[in-house]
Design a protein. Structure first.
Ligand SMILES: Cc1cc2nc3c(=O)[nH]c(=O)nc-3n(C[C@H](O)[C@H](O)[C@H](O)COP(=O)(O)OP(=O)(O)OC[C@H]3O[C@@H](n4cnc5c(N)ncnc54)[C@H](O)[C@@H]3O)c2cc1C
Lengths: 377, 76
């Protein structure tokens, strides 16, 4: 049995380690082989980028060697897939190698596409990559006052990030003693300030209390970089001195090129996590088309379900679990308080008031991630 | 040729039905119709509000059992 894992990020790594442990005997007896193909020899803890943007973490804290995170029995190659040949149960890589599989798991994540909005790349700061997060921090440091706009592209990973960055901006300017010189205005694509109703209900009075303005039904259409004006699809605009954006996302280009899914999002069964029409192909994390938040947390819970099912299919010939849409997100409510949202397909989150201990729990999780991704937590 | 695509946004709290519709509208071509399925009661008013504000066309809206079926045509 040849199991091929494509993507060595959050979901792919948790899945491969979990599977390698469950199938240790079968791997030893050479009945099962797990191969992982990824695009990088480094693994990035992406949530840390938010802290880099505020000077609270250094970029080198976000990385580990991918090989060091994997069970030794996993055959790992830095050689990205360039062609999915699903009908032949094989992929072709950048190095020109062919890998055949009996079962494949695709966890290639998503990428930012700011270029889809004219002016967004040149006109705004963001924190969705290492270079942009460092650049954003330097811009914040130099900022002495004026209008700060936050705009949100659709779709985007980490749906909590828009409110987190907004609270962090407030605390950052406050700590520099210039909050009274800064007007912060948050813009959001739908008709309330967060897509999760209970998050919106909690964040709105908080925004009011600390003087953050907001405009809803604002889908960013273009940024007039010269005149520093951001315009919405809905016909409104905002004149900014500093613009912070959550860029729109797509799945990986190879997913679109090989017609696995429009926009790079692969049609996925919401409970079994198999690719529609391909029972031996599983999909995890950001690259699914599921109506689930694109978060490491969703990727983690999905990976556990898929690992358990692939192992049980090998051992007893049947899957044993279904994914229930579970997601658990920390929500930083500034630089010293946090809360969390836990929900699934059926149950909305019930938000608690933010407190200091949740913030410290999140700060510890920033380190514990490496244990979690090894599958030990 | 224009297409009619169904978006299954039943039982989702995040990203939620309207966010899903906006995602798929961006991928669609002018003239395409998208049918959004939603179990969220707010959808019946949230979606038309956005569609009217942006200037797309609301084709139909009906509730079958517990599920809202909203059809929207992309006009620009
Ligand atoms: C600023 C920021 C803050 C965030 N905060 C949070 C948070 O607080 N909580 C949370 O849960 N999530 C958060 N996230 C989201 C989280 O990081 C992602 O949702 C998660 O990493 C998705 O996991 P994944 O396995 O789908 O993709 P990724 O972890 O992105 O991994 C994709 C992997 O695929 C590989 N790959 C790409 N193309 C190919 C190819 N062609 N062939 C082979 N391999 C390929 C890549 O090299 C990479 O290893 C945040 C993200 C950002 C950017």
């Amino acid at each position: 049995m040849r199991i091929l894992v494509v993507g060595g990020g959050c979901g792919g790594t948790i899945l491969a380690n979990n599977l390698a442990r469950r199938l240790a005997g079968e791997i030893r007896d050479r009945k099962v082989r797990i191969t992982m193909l990824s695009a990088s020899d480094q693994h990035m803890y992406q949530p840390g980028l938010l802290y880099v943007a505020f000077g609270q973490m250094m970029p080198d804290e976000l990385y580990r060697d991918q090989a060091s995170l994997l069970e030794p029995s996993i055959d790992f190659h830095v050689d990205p897939v360039e062609e999915f040949q699903l009908e032949q149960n094989r992929v072709k890589t950048k190095a020109g190698k062919i890998h055949e599989y009996d079962v494949m798991v695709i966890a290639t994540g998503s990428r930012i596409v700011p270029e889809e909005v004219p002016g967004l790349r040149e006109g705004s700061e963001t924190f969705y990559s290492e270079a942009s997060a460092v650049k954003m921090f330097k811009s914040l440091r130099e900022f002495e006052g004026g209008n700060v706009g936050i705009v949100v592209g659709v779709p985007h990973k980490c749906p909590i990030a828009p409110v987190e960055v907004t609270f962090s901006l407030h605390d950052y300017f406050k700590s520099r003693g210039i909050r009274d010189k800064v007007r912060i205005k948050y813009h959001y694509p739908i008709g309330r300030i967060h897509t999760i109703e209970n998050v919106a209900k909690w964040a709105k009075p908080e925004f009011d209390r600390i003087g953050i303005e907001y405009e809803t039904l604002f889908n960013v259409r273009e940024v007039d970089v010269e005149n520093k004006i951001v315009k919405s699809e809905e016909g409104t605009e905002f004149a900014y001195d500093l613009l912070i954006s959550i860029p729109p996302h797509r799945g990986m280009e190879v997913i679109e090129k090989d017609k696995l899914g429009d926009g790079g999002w692969i049609p996925t069964d919401r409970h079994r996590l198999t690719m529609e029409g391909h029972d031996n192909v599983y999909v995890l994390g950001d690259t699914t088309n599921l109506p689930v938040s694109k978060t490491g947390s969703a990727a983690h819970f999905e990976a556990e379900v898929v690992a358990e099912n692939i192992a049980s299919i090998i051992k007893i010939g049947a899957p044993v679990r279904e994914y229930d849409g579970k997601v658990y997100c920390f929500i930083e409510a500034g630089h010293d308080r946090a809360t969390y949202a836990m929900f699934n397909y059926q149950n909305p989150p019930d938000l608690k008031a933010p407190n200091k201990s949740m913030h410290w729990f999140k700060m510890s999780y920033n380190k514990m991630y490496w244990t979690s991704v090894r599958g030990l937590l | 040729m224009s297409e009619c695509k169904t978006i299954d946004a039943r039982d989702t709290f995040c990203p939620g039905p309207l966010m899903e519709l906006i995602t798929y509208m961006k991928q669609a071509s002018v003239g395409d119709t998208l049918e959004l399925l939603s179990t969220d009661q707010g959808t019946a008013s949230d979606v038309p509000e956005w569609v009217n504000k942006v200037g797309h066309e609301m084709v139909s809206s009906e509730k079958i059992g517990e599920v809202w079926h909203l059809k929207v045509r992309k006009t620009k």
